[in-house]
Every structure is written in C-alpha cells, then in structure tokens.
Ligand binder design. Structure first.
Ligand code: PHE
Length: 363
C-alpha cells in the first residue's frame, strides 16, 4: 500500500508542478491529458483500486480522488489565469481598428462620357462660385415660354417642335399647358422665385425637342447658367465664359461673342471658342490643309447667352428682382455638343447606343 500511496503522492507533485509550469493554454491542455486523460497514470491507478485488499481500498481510493480533484481544480484555476493573460496579450498586439474603412472593391466600369462631361462642367462653375440646382423636366408652358418672354406665336411653341403632355380625359381645363421642357432656361425663373439676388447658379438636365438626325436627338442635355446682381455686365459674361472655355478646352483658348437673338436675353450672343485642333488658324500644319474640326474658320460655336432681359425680371419682381436695379447674364450649352467637340465624337447617337467599344474609350 505504501508503495501505491507513494506513487499517488508523486503524481500529485508532478501534476501540480506541470500545471504551475504551463505557460500557454495549449501547455496546460497537454498537462491535463498527461495526468488526467484516459490513458494517464492516475485513472489507471484508480481502476486498480478495486483489486486492492478491502482494508486498503478506502484510504487509497480517497487519496487518489483527492489528487484528481486537486489537479482538476488547479488546471481550472491556471486555465482562467492563462486565458486572461492571452486575451490581454491579443488586445495588446492584434489591434484591429474596426472603424477603418474596409478594403475598397476594385472599381467596376466607368462614368458615361456625358456624365463625366457634365461633372467636369459643373466643377468649373462651382470653382467660379456658382451653385448647382436642378428642376422639373415636365414643365409648365408659362415657365418654358411665357416667363422667358416668348411671343404667343413663337415657332418653338408649335406642336411640331415641342412635346406637349395631354391632360387626362375629363380633367378640368388647365390655365397652363404642360410640356417636356425644351431647354433648361425655365429654371431661371424658378430659381429666382426661390432665392433673392444675388444669385449664381448652373442647371444641368435633360431637355426635349422633336428633332432626330446625326446631330439632334429628341432628348439631350443642357447646362444653364444664371448670374444676377446689381453690377453685372457683358464683360462678366465674357470673362466667365473665357474661364470656362480655357478650363475645358485648354489654357490657350480665346472666346468671341457674335450678335444673336434669344427672346429672354438682350443683347443676346452666340459664343465661339478658338479651335483647339488648329489653334485658331483654320489650317493644319505641315500641309496647310483646312482644319476639319472648325471647317477652316478657326472658331467653334459652343453656346448661346446674353444679358437677362428686363422682361424676365418682371416675373420675379415680388421676389426681390428689380429690373431697374438688377442685371444679370444667362447662358445655355448642350452637354453633348461640348463632349463631341472635346473628344472628337462624330455622331451624337453614339452616346445612346450603349456600345461598350465606344463607352470604354472614355473615363
Ligand atoms: N435656352 C437657349 C437654347 O436652348 C440657350 C440660352 C440660354 C440662350 C440662356 C441664352 C441664355 O437654345
């Protein structure tokens, strides 16, 4: 018996020493298997207790059980300590900042050339102090034409030129007809009704006309500009458009204003930018052949504009615009036209065919 007791005491010492020496939860688990696992010495001894003489069984069994539960408790206690230590260490070293943005996905696709061009134009005007606003594509005739000083007999009002929206059957007669806006200019009046002077806005958006050929689609995009204050002159218009033309077409560009007519600006001008392909000379070196982009003229027409007609301010007099005090300029350009000129796109319809071989050349 003394022999057995001695063995058990030795196991107790070894087990407690191994538990105390364990530096990691893995080492501790190894110790547990070694001393308490199914094939370990102590459980074997316990199984042998049944074969002992009856008077010895009680004392040996009790001791062996004590040693087992003592080792078990030591393992649990040391386990808790080690887990805490390991957690502390992980917190110390594995610092993951969960507030950092995740790895961004690889970019898929690109902006459509018209979207990219619109944003580029918006950026230029934002840099000049303009704000971007948008307005309805389904518009009232009064905003699209009347507030913009169009005569009731103006040809653009014709059913053959403009998409009118029919009133639902049985609807009460409307004071105002509804149409798909033919230009972004109706937002001039809407914006001035919303905000007293000074105002400086650009208005991108879709517009609709009954036209369809290589240079016209029934739906296209414009950007309107409007700036109103007490001391705005034609020189401000020219300077603004020069800055725009240089930002889009290159630092060497010049602009020229040609007299024109729009019902809602007076005076009205069409604006040309010097051709960026031939540098404005109209000819191409070295062969001196005619520049195909500007057709030899040296100039490219880019937009219509002018000084806001006092009759337009009359519509927003109640909103702080006084035709005697305020002046302003307005302009309107086609986004497709700017993109075609800048990127040498030969046919307007390419923008809408959605042929990726065309689209992926840009952006
Ligand atoms: N709305 C005019 C058009 O579509 C362009 C324009 C805008 C002209 C503003 C003058 C001032 O042709």
């Amino acid at each position: 018996m003394s022999d057995l007791v001695g063995q058990i005491e030795r196991i107790r010492e070894d087990a407690l020493a191994a538990v105390a020496a364990a530096r990691t939860t893995q080492e501790l688990e190894d110790a547990r298997v070694r001393f308490l696992g199914r094939k370990a010495e102590l459980p074997n001894l316990l199984r042998g207790v049944a074969d002992l003489p009856p008077q010895e069984r009680g004392a040996v069994g009790k001791l062996a059980n004590e040693v087992r539960s003592g080792a078990d408790a030591a393992i649990t206690a040391r386990g808790a300590e080690l887990e805490l230590e390991e957690l502390r260490e992980r917190l110390e070293h594995d610092r993951v900042d969960v507030t950092l943005p995740g790895t961004p996905p690889a970019p898929i696709g690109r902006l459509h050339l018209l979207t990219a061009t619109r944003r580029e134009i918006e950026d230029v005007f934002c840099g000049l102090g303009f704000t971007v606003v948008e307005g309805p594509e389904v518009e009232l005739v009064s905003y699209n034409f009347d507030a913009l000083n169009h005569d009731p007999a103006h040809p653009a009002r014709a059913r053959t030129d403009t998409f009118y929206v029919e009133a639902p059957a049985g609807a009460p007669p409307r004071a105002d007809e509804v149409l798909l806006r033919t230009h972004t200019s109706p937002m001039q009046t809407r914006a001035m009704q919303r905000q007293p002077p000074p105002i400086a806005i650009v208005v991108p958006g879709r517009v609709y006309r009954r036209d369809s050929d290589a240079t016209h689609t029934p739906q296209f995009h414009q950007i309107e500009g409007l700036a109103v204050d007490e001391d705005i002159t034609l020189a401000d218009l020219k300077g603004t458009l020069l800055a725009f033309a240089r930002a889009i077409f290159g630092d060497e560009r010049e602009v020229r204003l040609r007299p024109h007519f729009f019902p809602f600006t007076e005076p009205s001008v069409e604006v040309d930018v010097s051709c960026f392909q031939c540098g404005g000379s109209g000819t191409r070196t070295p062969a001196h052949e005619r520049c195909n982009l500007c057709k030899g003229t040296g100039w490219l027409e880019i937009l219509g504009s002018g000084m806001v007609d006092p009759n337009v301010f009359a519509w927003v007099r109640d909103h702080g615009y006084d035709p005697e005090r305020h002046q302003g300029f307005a302009f309107g350009m086609g986004i497709e036209r700017i993109a075609m000129l800048k990127h040498g796109v030969p046919d307007l319809r390419l923008f809408y065919d959605n042929d990726v071989r065309f689209l992926r050349q840009f952006g």
